[in-house]
Structure formats: C-alpha cells, structure tokens
Ligand binder design. Structure first.
Ligand SMILES: Nc1nc2c(c(=O)[nH]1)N[C@H]1C(S)=C(S)[C@@H](COP(=O)(O)OP(=O)(O)OC[C@H]3O[C@@H](n4cnc5c(=O)[nH]c(N)nc54)[C@H](O)[C@@H]3O)O[C@H]1N2
Ligand SMILES: Nc1nc2c(c(=O)[nH]1)N[C@H]1C(S)=C(S)[C@@H](COP(=O)(O)OP(=O)(O)OC[C@H]3O[C@@H](n4cnc5c(=O)[nH]c(N)nc54)[C@H](O)[C@@H]3O)O[C@H]1N2
Ligand SMILES: [Mo]
Length: 744
C-alpha cells in the first residue's frame, strides 16, 4: 500500500492506494477542519457509473437523430474510430455553418489541477480550430459581475478576492456583522482550485470570544454558525429590508452626509424614492415589514445598532442568484455608504464571505501556471445562464448590460468539465431545447445526465489518474498531485483527447506545441517559479516538489490586513473608483441610459415573479436550492446515492407547513410545480422560515421517461429567467412549489 497527498476543490487529503485502486482517504494533517467530502472517493472513482469506453449514441450514429438524447443506448467504439467521427463532425459543422455555430462555453467546475483543467483545455482546442461561441460570467456571481462595476467600479472578482477585508481585520475591528444570506462553513468547505486550511468556523469562534454581534439575515438559521443571532427573512425581499434600514438612517438623522458628499454621487436622485416622494410609498419599516417578514421594531433597532457600531454588511452570492439579484447587491453598497463606514477596517460591505473557503483569506498574489487558451477568432459571447434561451431563440435579439444582440444559431455543443443537466434551471425545458443542435460532444469521467444526453461521449480521467500541480490564488499551499492509479477503463486525459482531435483537424502542432502533458506541466511550473522569484518567493524545482508532495508557500499576510476602499476613503480625488464619476454610484446615469424597467437608475425593490408575494394555492411555498453540504454540486453523486436511504435528497420544511400537508420527518414526498416534479425525503425543522422549503442541488437528473425526477433535483422546479436585462444571471433561488406526501 502507498499513501500520498493530493488536492481538490474541497481541500487536500491523503489517499491510500493498493493494487491500482484507491482504498481509503484520510484528512490532511495541517487542515484544522477537514472536509468529509473525500470519504466517498474510493467508491466514486471505481464506480460502475464511470464511462468505460468512447461511446456514440446509436440513433445519432445511424441517422443523425436528435430526439433520442437521454433515452437511446450507446455504441462502444475503439478510440481511433470515435475520434475520427468526432473530428469529421467538427469539420463538417465549421465548414457548413462556420465556427459561430459551435457552442463551447463548457461552464463548470471540473476538477482542480493547474494543467488538466478541462474547460481551459476545451477552450484552447476550440480556439485552435477556428473558435467558438463563449459564455460570460458564472452561475455563482454572473449578476454581480454585471452590476457591481457600475456601482463600485473595477472587475467585481478582483474586489472580492484581492481587496475585501480579511478575516483578521474583521476579527480585530468589526462590532456588528450583518450577514444577508448568512456565512456558511458548509459552503466554505470548497474553493476553486483548493482550500487547504478550512478556517471559517474557527473565525466565528474568535468572533464569539470577542463579543462581536453576528446577525444572520436569512430564511434558514443554519446559514450561519451556531451562536449567531437569526433574523428570518422572506427570500427575495432583502432589498426591501435594506431600504427600510436606509429609511431609518435618513429619518433619524443617522446618514453620514459628509461621506455621501465626498465619496458618492446620486443620493439626491435616490432619496425621493427612499422617502416615497416619487412613488407615494415611503420605504419605512412599516412598509417593509409585510414584504420581508421582519417587524418594524426589529428593523429600527438594527438600523440604530448599525449606525452606532463598527458594522460590516456581508451579502451572500445566493442573493444575486435570484430574479432582480442586482438590487440587493447595489442597495447593500448604498446602505453601507449611508452608514459612512466604507473604507474603515472591518466596516462597509463585502460579498461572498463563506461562499467559498478562500474569500477572506489574504495572500500575496502570485501569477503564472495557467495553460494559455489562445485567442478566440469568434467574438460572440452569451451570458452563461442564458444557454436555454439561446437554444430556443436562435438569431433572436436579447439584452445584456446595455447591449442588444442576436443569439447565435448553434449546431454543435462541446462540453468538458461541467454538467449543465445539473446546473441549469428548468431542466425539463432544457431537455427540449437540447434537441435543437445537430451534435453534442461531452467529456466526463461519469455517466452524468449530460453525458447521457450527448451524441459522442469521451471518457475522461479523474485527477487521481494523472499527474498535475495543485495551486489556487486564494490558498498558500502547493501540491504535486501524483498519478495515484492507472486510468479507469479506457479513460484518457482531456488533453490527450483534444490533442488527437486537433491532429485530425490539421491543428495538432498548434494545440500541443509538440509537448506531452508532463512537458507542459514542467514548463508552466518553471514559468511560475520564475515569476514567484521576482516576487521574492522561493519555490523548489519540480523534482523536489514531487519528492515532497506538497509545500506551504510563505505568502500569508500577517496581522490585520486589507481594508476594502481605504485609499479611496482617504482621498477619493487621488484614488478614484473605476466608475464614470470615480465615486460610489448611488444613481448611475449609465444604467438609467439603458432604459431597463427591470433595473432602473438607482436601487429599487422589485419583487421577483415567483416569491411569497405571488404565492398561489397551486404553488404556495418558496423553494431555495442551496449548495449541498456533502459534496460539490453533482460530483461524486453516483456513489453517494448508493448509500442506503440517501436518495431521494432531503427537503427541509417548517413543521407548520408539514402539518398542513400531513407530512412528518422521513416521509417520502413530491416537490412540484407547473415546470416539473421530483421526489424528496421530508425533514421537519424550526430552523427554516415558514412558507419556505430548501432542497439542495446535486442529485442527478433522471431519464426522459421519468415524469417525476427520482433523486430530488431542484432544477426540475426552478425558473429559467435572467436576473434582469442588465445582469442576465441565473435566477435559481426564485421559485414557487408545493409539497405533497407520496406513498413509499
Ligand atoms: N437550483 C440551483 N442550481 C444551481 C445553483 C443553485 O444555487 N441552485 N448553483 C449554480 C452554481 S453557483 C454553479 S457553480 C453550478 C455548478 O455546476 P457544475 O460546475 O456544472 O457542476 P459540477 O457537478 O461540479 O460539474 C462538473 C462536471 O465535471 C466533471 N469532471 C470532473 N473532473 C473532470 C475532468 O477532469 N474532465 C472532465 N472532462 N470532466 C470532469 C464532473 O464529473 C461533473 O460532471 O450549478 C449552478 N446551479
Ligand atoms: N459543500 C459545498 N460548498 C459549496 C458548493 C457545493 O456544491 N458544495 N458550491 C460552491 C459554489 S460553486 C458557490 S457559487 C457557492 C455558493 O454560495 P452561496 O451563494 O452563498 O450559497 P447557496 O448555498 O446558494 O445559498 C446560501 C443560502 O442563501 C439563502 N438564501 C437564498 N435566497 C435568499 C434570499 O433571497 N435572501 C436571503 N437573505 N437568503 C437567501 C438560503 O437559505 C441558502 O441556504 O458555494 C460554494 N460552496
Ligand atoms: Mo458557483
């Protein structure tokens, strides 16, 4: 038996290997709160749901049929034959319809590892063969990435990862932490590319010792660690609550006028709306209370507390993964500006603490170790969550952040490293839209719902079957991720698959530049080493790292560090924001100029199409579909689903809502609305607001014949609409459903 360490999106862990099989995993010794996710790895990696061989769908192979996706069987083919077929098809499509007919956004998390990053591999390959239609943003923060540059300037992700206050700063200075959507250590288990030391829970212990007041404003108590106060709030109503807090500041003389004058523009254009002069509705606590479910007295007391103490407002990403998700993001910045504490350590506003483990950590940035994707000759880009819309409406115009463009007419979809039949909303509608392209090619290690709905499927290796380097910008460890086992079945690395296709299409040399993956890793690593040296960080050579398996980089910031917007606060003339005015934009002429009713020139409360305010007898409950605690998205699901009693997935429901439906804990239920239905197992809890149910994402979507999804995938229920014409993000958290008992 041999034991080595590897890294993953959910952290580092030790792996025991015997006779070419992973037999056990154990926590990494330096991780104070290791994730339990890797425990299922031995079962998952060797699971019967692994794709054994290249597979081509029978109906497509015979007659280019498009209707049988998801129900047809597959023909196993030798690699060379399957690669020939895929290359011929790519060539046919690019010659007949142009590369604008190839959608290669290929969104998804895939696996960690600097070189074998499936999405980058796919993009590089498609660029080399003439380009592809790309996608912008993410399901995580797509809407925020569109709205926040108008408000605070700068790429939003740079703010988030490089400038926001670190945990040390918060611990030292913050007195009141107001968390819209909570800060959940369950989600902080993972981080893009890896998080080695899981520390979020530990920071909350420190906050408690210090006597910091931590207030979780969320439909679920469990969205923040135990010991935090809980203000239950109706999903989709946070902007109303923030407006009422702003109203109290303004009417009780607590607005920081001098900060607004120095550092913001447009308060005078916003104030008439806040005070109700422009629409006859003062945004008072009495106005907000019935909308958000928080009583007026609580709102007043919270506003006073926020104005009289060092207060940090944090907003979870989930709030913008909802219809009109632009508004709570914009309004939280306005509220922070009115409090006048923006730019002070431990105060102001921050986004996505706890969403992933890396947010709040501060490290010296090190560049390098990215596999170049090259240039995309095709200019067409769609907002990532509009894929269903795109497939349904070829050549039809749509709006996005001030531009109006037609959707491309897609004939071929290429996906490697993502699972759209996990991540997209309204999966039954996506299944129908998915019949429109002529050809779908997918790489995945497992027979996911997406692989099952493809025409050509290539089995990809997992990270345990190839060597790589593990390193993330939000982490201070670096790993040589060894090849632990031989490829399972006939799986090949994404790189090998793309190299073979590029070769057949006459671009082999451009794709590989004559290098094997080992040579690429060596090259990327040496580049990184050189750049690190320039930053004064010594990194050993690759052989040494391979020998050591892992190392900690001396890049952690010491002591209280980073404060968001401190130089700007100090001197807004000398350090302007990258907004048109150089200030925080409470009113945006740019956005006003777009003329969007669903995102006007200043923040407003716009109720979602589906929320408690529009609840009907047919769909009376608000569904939130958070990330799963036991895994990353849909990954490792096939093995988890084997555990007795694990599926269908659990739905959390308030005891009063359950009683009205004669449901008790453990009952098999169906969750349903006009878009679809899924099975679930009821869990009664007082920790969720009455009228709301929570069903995590990640259960594998079933087969086309199922009229009720067997495992509990919430995306059969969610609505496929953009957040607004501005952000066009994903609106997963805005959906109404009902729940009913089922016979077991
Ligand atoms: N209802 C609802 N839906 C949501 C959300 C929500 O909150 N609610 N959240 C959204 C968010 S924020 C996100 S980020 C998405 C996540 O959606 P995805 O990122 O698409 O989900 P994953 O399950 O991580 O998909 C990764 C796929 O890559 C495969 N894979 C892993 N390693 C490799 C590899 O080396 N090569 C190849 N070829 N494949 C590999 C895995 O097997 C898996 O099928 O879901 C979104 N969907
Ligand atoms: N274990 C694990 N961790 C993960 C992931 C995973 O799959 N598994 N995925 C990662 C990814 S890709 C992402 S993007 C992040 C996502 O991180 P987040 O966006 O923060 O996470 P969610 O789980 O979607 O939502 C968090 C909570 O928001 C609350 N919520 C929903 N709607 C509203 C609302 O309108 N108002 C308020 N106040 N609260 C609301 C819900 O109760 C929900 O539990 O998580 C990351 N972390
Ligand atoms: Mo995400």
């Amino acid at each position: 038996m041999r034991t080595q360490v590897t890294s993953s999106h959910w952290g580092a862990f030790e792996v025991d290997v015997e006779d070419g099989r992973i037999i056990a995993t154990r926590p990494f010794a330096e991780d104070p709160h290791p994730s339990a996710i890797p425990a299922i790895l031995p079962e998952a990696v060797h699971h019967r749901s692994r794709i054994a061989r290249p597979s081509v769908r029978r109906g497509w192979l015979k007659s280019r049929d498009r209707g049988g996706r998801g129900s047809d069987d597959f023909v196993d083919l030798p690699w060379d034959e399957a690669l020939d077929i895929a290359a011929d098809e790519l060539d046919r499509v690019r010659k007949t319809h142009g590369n604008e007919a190839i959608f290669g956004g290929s969104y998804g998390w895939g696996s960690a590892g600097r070189f074998h990053h499936a999405q980058s591999q796919a993009h590089r390959f498609l660029n080399k063969i003439g380009g592809y239609v790309a996608s912008f943003g993410s399901y995580s923060t797509g809407c925020a990435q569109a709205i926040m540059p108008h408000v605070l300037g700068g790429p939003f992700l740079k703010f988030l990862y490089e400038h926001q206050d670190g945990w040390e700063t918060i611990c030292e200075h913050t007195e009141t932490l107001v968390m819209f959507g909570g800060i959940n250590p369950k989600n902080a288990q993972v981080s893009m590319g890896g998080v080695t030391r899981h520390e979020t829970a530990h920071w909350f212990d420190r906050f408690a010792e210090k006597g910091m007041r931590c207030i979780n404003v969320s439909p679920q108590r469990t969205d923040a660690p135990e010991g935090c106060e809980w203000i239950p709030v109706t999903p989709g109503s946070d902007t109303a609550l923030m407006l009422a807090l702003a109203y109290v500041l303004e009417t009780d003389g607590l607005t920081d006028r001098s900060f607004l004058d120095r550092c913001t523009v447009g308060f005078d254009r916003f104030r008439p709306y806040l005070m109700g002069q422009s629409d006859g509705a003062p945004k008072s606590p009495e106005w907000a209370a019935p909308l958000c479910g928080v009583d007026a007295q609580t709102i007043r007391a919270l506003a006073h507390r926020m104005a009289s103490t060092r207060t940090l407002i944090t907003v979870a990403w989930s709030l913008q993964r909802a219809e009109h998700g632009e508004q709570p993001y914009w309004m939280s910045a306005v509220l922070a500006a009115m409090l006048g504490q923006v730019g002070l350590p431990g105060a102001g506003v921050g986004y996505g603490y706890g969403a992933i483990g890396g947010v709040g950590k501060s490290f010296k940035g090190l560049r390098g170790m990215t596999f170049s994707q090259g240039e995309n000759p095709v200019q067409t880009v769609i907002p990532v969550a509009r894929i269903g819309d795109m497939l349904r409406n070829p050549r039809q115009p749509y709006d996005f952040n001030g531009r109006r463009e037609p959707y491309p007419d897609i004939k071929l979809i290429y996906w490697a490293g993502g699972n759209p039949f996990h991540h997209h909303q309204d999966l039954n509608a996506l299944h129908d839209a998915w019949t429109r392209p002529q050809t779908i090619i997918v790489h995945d290690p497992w027979w996911t719902a997406t692989a099952k709905r493809a025409d050509i499927v290539f089995p990809a290796t997992t990270p345990y079957e190839r060597a790589d380097i593990g390193r993330a910008n939000l982490d201070d460890y670096m790993f040589h991720m060894p090849q632990l086992i031989p490829p399972v079945g006939e799986a090949r690395d994404d790189y090998e698959i793309f190299a073979a296709l590029a070769e057949r299409l006459g671009h082999g040399e451009e794709f590989t530049e004559g290098r094997s993956s080992a040579e690429w890793i060596e090259l990327l690593y040496e580049e990184f080493r050189g750049l690190a040296r320039e930053e004064g960080v010594d990194v050993p050579d690759l052989d040494t790292l391979r020998e050591r398996n892992w190392m900690r980089l001396p890049i952690a910031a010491r002591g209280p560090n980073r404060t968001l917007l401190a130089p700007f606060r100090e001197d807004p003339e000398a350090h302007p924001l990258q907004t048109p005015s150089g200030r925080i934009e409470i009113f945006s002429e740019t956005i006003e100029g777009f003329g969007y009713a669903d995102c006007p020139g200043h923040p407003v409360f716009l109720p979602p199409g589906e929320w408690r305010g529009t609840a009907t007898g047919a769909a009376p409950l608000h569904l939130v579909s958070p990330q799963p605690g036991d895994k990353l998205h849909s990954q490792l699901e096939s093995a988890l689903a084997d555990v007795a009693g694990a599926r269908p997935e659990s739905v959390i429901i308030h005891p009063a809502d359950a009683a009205a439906r004669a449901i008790t804990t453990g009952d098999l239920v169906q969750v349903f609305n006009a878009r679809g239905a899924c099975r679930a197992r009821a869990v009664l809890s007082e920790d969720i607001l009455q009228g709301v149910v929570a069903l995590p994402t990640g259960a594998w979507f079933g087969d086309p014949g199922d009229n009720i999804d067997p495992h509990g995938n919430p995306n059969v229920l969610t609505r496929d609409v953009g957040t607004s014409r501005l952000g066009q993000g994903c609106s997963a958290h805005s959906a109404l459903v009902d729940v009913a008992p089922l016979n077991d």
